[in-house]
Ligand binder design. Structure first.
Ligand SMILES: [Zn+2]
Length: 506
């Protein structure tokens, strides 16, 4: 049998429509801890062996002739500009046009991209791809656990696989599952029966970890619903918890199933949806007000550090990463702590100009005071500098080259407080200990470690933690769903587990 010719591409962005800055072409050229922008063969080569979906697909696709087109990812942020979206989808569609005799397409997408023109950017990507390859060519897609999916997207895709872990330690495995699903579809020769369901309440990001319940047991159900573990005729069942800070009609949790038998596929999707509905009372967002969180962190006894997360200013969810609520609480509470990294190119530059050993008067963070609080003036010693280039070592990003630009480690001693601050030029979520270690801040040497991350930090930091506390400070990634000022959400959805029903804009 002829080897199937499969075009592959990645175009990833998680869009927080409440973030105070857009995501443009430049942001896709400096993607923090994601693989860099690449065209053609390089897009596949650089992904091999990495925990990214395209890498997992390429590594599992030994029976396919792969025709790589591009890879483009940006750190989560505000709405993708029309210019960036049209340019990247244009490169993708031109690549498909120039690649004849295709048997299938594989796309490594996120599922929660929003652009200036499209609330559901992934459905628009699929529509543009279908305009080139036609309505019938198999198009396999892998998605993030934070995808916000629409019925239109589900109609345009041929088969879908989604991450099943949060922290996302299975991004590569999910790409591999997409390859197996596509092979099964090509072997079958006709489209799968599919089912798509949407949950009627929004689940906060801080309640979504699969290292906690009910996320752990809900995702563990999937293997029992499909393939050898499930009812005959069901090939695959997945669900996405969704990404709450997106003011779009189809924000929220959804279930997607596919297989040979429509009735069995529908039953499997309904079983998963039913389990999600029953779990409504078990989700807890777990936020502690900042001052109380710092007090509690300082009271914990034990040899290991307390990890204090700042989920509402998580750059990994599109927030700037320069909110100052927790830094202020640390200084006010006379804490001994390290906080990092804070997105502050100006202070990083100031420290590099002054040099190691210098004392500087800096204004930390606070570029968007209306969402994340004002800049905080400090007198700090410059302890160490770096170019922000290092290899990640944790379970999620291990093997990836981070590019945070010039970074600085500063130390502020004020009153009884002794706070180490790591600032960086480029935004990135602190989900890997190397972000601190590469600049001489060993997290295990501190009593309190503050990370700007919602859940991903758990993979690398929970094993060294005495305790983990989720602090509540002002930020652009709101984790209390009933405070999110939606205007476009579909009516009737509950704002949080057992929350108020959304009735439309005020
Ligand atoms: Zn995600």
């Amino acid at each position: 049998m002829k080897r199937p010719r499969v075009a592959v591409a990645g175009f990833q962005h998680e869009t927080n429509t409440f973030a105070p800055f857009p995501t443009d072409w430049e942001n896709f050229q400096k993607p923090g801890a994601w693989p860099p922008f690449a065209l053609g063969e390089q897009a596949a080569q650089q992904a091999r062996g990495l925990n990214v979906p395209l890498g997992g697909f390429v590594d599992a696709a030994g029976d396919f002739d792969l025709l790589p087109i591009l890879y483009a990812a940006a750190e989560p942020g505000g709405m993708v500009t029309a210019g960036a979206f049209d340019r990247i989808t244009g490169l993708l569609c031109d690549g498909l046009t120039e690649t004849p005799d295709l048997d299938a397409v594989y796309l490594d997408l996120h599922g929660a991209m929003v652009t200036e023109g499209y609330q559901d950017a992934e459905a628009e990507i699929l529509a543009r791809v279908r305009a080139v390859v036609g309505p019938d060519l198999p198009v396999a897609v892998s998605l993030d656990l934070h995808a916000n999916l629409s019925p239109e997207f589900a109609r345009l895709a041929s088969c879908v696989s989604m991450y099943r872990t949060y922290p996302h330690i299975d991004m590569g495995i999910t790409g591999g599952r997409a390859a197996h699903l596509l092979a099964r579809l090509l072997e079958r020769g006709t489209p799968f029966a599919t089912a798509f369901r949407q949950l009627d309440y929004i689940i906060p990001i801080t309640a979504q970890s699969t290292r906690r319940e009910p996320g752990g047991r809900l995702y563990a159900m999937l293997d029992g619903l499909a393939g050898p573990g499930g009812e005959p005729g069901v090939e695959s069942v997945d669900f996405a918890f969704g990404f709450p800070p997106a003011d779009i009609e189809h924000c929220g949790t959804s279930v997607y199933a596919c297989g040979d038998d429509q009735d069995a596929v529908d039953r499997a999707a309904d079983t998963m949806l039913g389990a999600l509905q029953e779990a409504e009372g078990s989700f807890d967002s777990g936020l502690v007000p900042a001052a109380a969180a710092v007090r509690r962190a300082m009271q914990v006894n034990g040899p290991k550090p307390v990890i204090l997360a700042d989920p509402q200013d998580n750059p990994g969810a599109g927030a700037p990463g320069d909110a100052t609520g927790l830094l202020a609480a640390l200084l006010d509470s006379n804490a001994t702590a390290v906080i990092g990294m804070i997105w502050d190119a100006k202070t990083a530059q100031q420290a590099h100009t002054a040099g190691v050993g210098a004392i500087i008067d800096a204004q930390i963070g606070g570029q968007f005071p209306e969402t994340g609080g004002p800049a905080i003036p400090v007198r700090a010693s410059v302890e160490q500098l770096s170019d922000g280039q290092f290899l990640c070592t944790g379970p999620m990003f291990g093997g990836l080259h981070a590019n945070l630009g010039p970074c600085a480690r500063l130390r502020v001693r004020k009153g009884g407080a002794d706070v180490t601050i790591v600032v960086a030029t480029n935004r990135a979520q602190n989900a890997d200990q190397e972000i601190l270690r590469h600049i001489g801040a060993d997290p295990e040497a501190y009593k309190v470690v503050v990370v700007k991350s919602a859940i991903h930090f758990l993979a690398d930091y929970e094993p060294i933690a005495q305790e983990v506390i989720f602090a509540e400070t002002p930020g652009a990634n709101p984790c209390r769903i009933d405070t999110i000022p939606y205007t476009n959400l579909r009516k009737g959805v509950r704002l949080g587990p057992n929350g108020p029903v959304y009735e439309g804009p005020p």
